[in-house]
Write a protein that binds this ligand. Structure first.
Ligand code: DSN
Length: 404
């Protein structure tokens, strides 16, 4: 039976994705195989519980799939028998909440990175549940605009932190997980590393691994890992029961089996040699884009990047992040407005966040990053009409086919 409204929406969304330069660092394009699993009969089954202990019949296949997904994640991150992986969290925020609830009591202290510094809402911001359930203390950046690990350790000890969370959504520099682990030890706290953004880089060995220095590692699966929308929690074996119990039945009901299967497929893809090649190109493209933007006079937060993303400070242009985001979208470029250090409003911030995972999946290389920087200059600085730039963007994207 036809549903023309939704069919038209899906067709026009595919056209939008094909014709757009997508620089939102948390987005990517999952493979056709992953999308097929997400739309497969696996969506029809309830499997509350865990492999070997389900609360519904008919789950032999789902035990196999869930075990495979967890085993592949362990392989992707080179984890030994002392680690356990739970692939059931519906999202990254839920995975973080589950990790905190497994490691501390409501009212105890959660030390996480502030939003404007580059942290995530689920790292203790007052508007999200972890910031309300726990006594949230937020760290920022040092006077050089970089993480000040001595200060983080001092805060952890002063506030008797029970959990220190490391991880970023817009801080463009590599994280020193060893220093976070050290601070946690000194304070008698647990270290939760949220690697949602950088998981693909960690898997490829292109960013230092948090695993030797953390008790629990959480991640989404749809960013640099290029899997389905979903999440996982990896924890040291000692915490396995607590983590599993908080995820189900504590916070969730039945796992989304179609997502679990797609996570298993993501693991399969991440274990192939071309995955590392892809992650290397993500980094090369990010470096090239940062250099090209700086050459054209843009100011980047911390003056560059070590990872897959960077943040443009739009205030010298002068533009607000919202205006810049709107102009770029009208030119066929998606990059999201983002708070930068010192900003008070996440709705009207001064920055625009830019990343390379999605354009690298489309097949773009360093020379294309230089062209993108040129589009930015024309739209944001030279104030050329976005509609005329959009035509060039659409023509350019025809060279990088998507789902054809
Ligand atoms: N919303 C994601 C991001 O864009 O970074 C984090 O959850």
């Amino acid at each position: 039976m036809k549903d023309p409204v939704l069919e038209k929406a899906a067709v026009s969304e595919l056209a939008r994705q094909r014709g757009t330069i997508n620089l939102i660092p948390s987005e990517n394009y999952a493979s056709k195989e992953i999308m097929a699993l997400l739309g497969s009969p696996l969506i029809n089954k309830y499997s509350e519980g865990y492999p070997g202990k389900r609360y519904y019949p008919g789950n032999a296949l789902y035990d196999t799939i869930e075990t495979l997904a967890a085993e592949r994640i362990k392989k992707v991150f080179r984890l030994g028998a002392d680690w356990h992986v739970n692939v059931q969290p519906y999202s990254g925020s839920g995975a973080n909440l589950a990790a905190y609830l497994a490691l501390m009591q409501p009212g105890e202290t959660l030390l996480g990175m502030g939003l404007a510094a580059g942290g995530h809402l689920s790292h203790g911001h007052r508007v999200a549940m972890p910031g309300r359930l726990f006594h949230s203390v937020q760290y920022g950046l040092g006077s050089d605009g970089l993480l000040d690990y001595i200060e983080i350790e001092r805060m952890a000890i002063q506030h008797q932190a029970k959990v220190i969370v490391s991880g970023v959504t817009s801080y463009p520099r590599a994280l020193d997980f060893a220093k976070f682990g050290h601070a946690a030890k000194k304070a008698g706290a647990h270290h939760v590393a949220d690697i949602s953004h950088i998981a693909g880089l960690v898997a490829a060995g292109l960013h230092p691994s948090p695993f030797p220095h953390a008790d629990v590692v959480t991640s989404t699966t749809h960013k640099t890992l290029r899997g389905p929308r979903g999440a996982f929690i990896a924890c040291r074996k000692d915490f396995a029961d607590r983590i599993d119990r908080v995820v189900f039945p504590g916070l969730q009901g039945g796992p989304h089996n179609h997502v679990t299967a797609a996570i298993a497929r993501m693991g399969f893809e991440a274990l192939r040699p071309d995955f590392k090649k892809y992650q290397k190109q993500v980094l090369l493209n990010a470096k090239a884009l940062a250099v090209a933007l700086i050459k054209r006079g843009f100011r980047l937060v911390t003056d560059g990047t070590d990872i897959h993303l960077m943040v443009i400070d739009c205030s010298p242009i002068p533009l607000g992040g919202m205006e810049a985001e709107t102009l770029l979208e009208a030119a066929g470029i998606t990059a999201n407005r983002n708070a930068i250090p010192g900003d008070a409003s996440p709705f009207y911030p001064s920055g625009v966040r830019v990343g390379t995972p999605a354009v690298t999946t489309r097949g773009m290389k360093e020379r294309d990053m230089a062209a993108i920087a040129g589009f930015f200059e024309r739209v944001l600085v030279l104030k050329e009409k976005p509609a005329s730039v959009k035509k060039e963007v659409e023509a350019m994207m025809k060279k990088f086919p998507l789902y054809e």
